[in-house]
Design a protein around this ligand. Structure first.
Ligand code: ATP
Length: 254
């Protein structure tokens, strides 16, 4: 079943066409890679799907519903969450508080006064929220770092915290923007294992932007290759690796 359909999507910024007549479909349960050289338009596609920008033209259909141009919080409500290429944590808050804020956004019935986040648990719903946040941290192996400041974590762990926070929004479609950036090959393969585990555990569909080709080839069922805002190719990892256009544009070979 198709969960996301990008149909003739175009986004212009003044004279720049960041995304040009792009079309592709994402099937439930798959991990689809979005790759391409720097400036190809990958993050722009994520920004369009998550409502950061409205499309200049074209459609974004999620589970049969047009979401192009809707507000980011409305799009989260429909079941889409993301991480960012440039990590966006609340750096001066604790690791736990970063997840609690995401939960707070999702579970409005708890709606805690911000001041309470720093004090010991005083109500049952707050206790519940803390426990839930610890569960989400446990999924990415950060439970024991819960009370550290977010910016005290090494870069790789901050990326995992971003994933934990996105999961707390209970998405069915998760967009990961360069989750392995700054990681060495060993760390990035470990992360790939974690992403697969999360996908299976939460029955997610995942769109993955990543420059680490070992991670892309390991994880993705299919890949869309972008270049100058356009779709250059689409196929399985094997097909993409052998595509002369891709080798020329993306790897500078051929
Ligand atoms: P990278 O791999 O370097 O992250 P990318 O494939 O994600 O690149 P985008 O960040 O989507 O590429 O950028 C595509 C093009 O759109 C670039 O030329 C970029 O400068 C331009 N662009 C993106 N956002 C804006 C904006 N808000 N205003 C103006 N131009 C923008």
């Amino acid at each position: 079943m198709t969960v996301l359909e990008i149909r003739n999507l175009t986004k212009r910024f003044g004279g720049i066409v960041a995304c040009s007549d792009l079309s592709f479909q994402v099937v439930q349960g798959e991990i689809m890679g979005v790759i391409g050289p720097n400036g190809a338009g990958k993050t722009t596609v994520f920004n369009l799907i998550t409502g950061v920008y409205g499309p200049t033209s074209g459609q974004i259909i999620f589970r049969g519903q047009e979401i192009g141009g809707k507000r980011p919080d409305t799009i989260v409500e429909t079941g889409i969450a993301r991480t960012f290429q440039n990590i966006r944590l609340f750096k001066n808050l604790s690791v736990l508080e970063n997840v609690i804020i995401a939960l707070d956004q999702k579970h409005v019935e708890y709606s805690l006064p911000r001041a309470l986040l720093r004090t010991p648990a005083v109500s049952r719903s707050e206790e519940k929220l803390r426990k839930l946040a610890l569960d989400y941290l446990g999924i990415v192996g950060l439970e024991d770092k819960a009370y550290q400041r977010a910016d005290s974590l090494p870069y790789g762990l901050q990326r995992k915290l971003e994933i934990s926070r996105a999961l707390a929004l209970e998405p069915t479609l998760l967009l990961l923007d360069e989750p392995a950036a700054g990681m060495n090959p060993e760390e990035s393969l470990e992360l790939a294992g974690l992403i697969r585990e999360i996908k299976n555990r939460f029955s997610l569909t995942i769109l993955l932007i990543e420059h680490h080709m070992d991670v892309v080839m390991e994880l993705c069922n299919r890949i869309v290759v972008m270049n100058f805002g356009e779709k250059l190719a689409e196929g399985t990892p094997e097909e993409i690796q052998e595509n002369p256009l891709v080798l020329k544009a993306y790897l500078g070979e051929g």
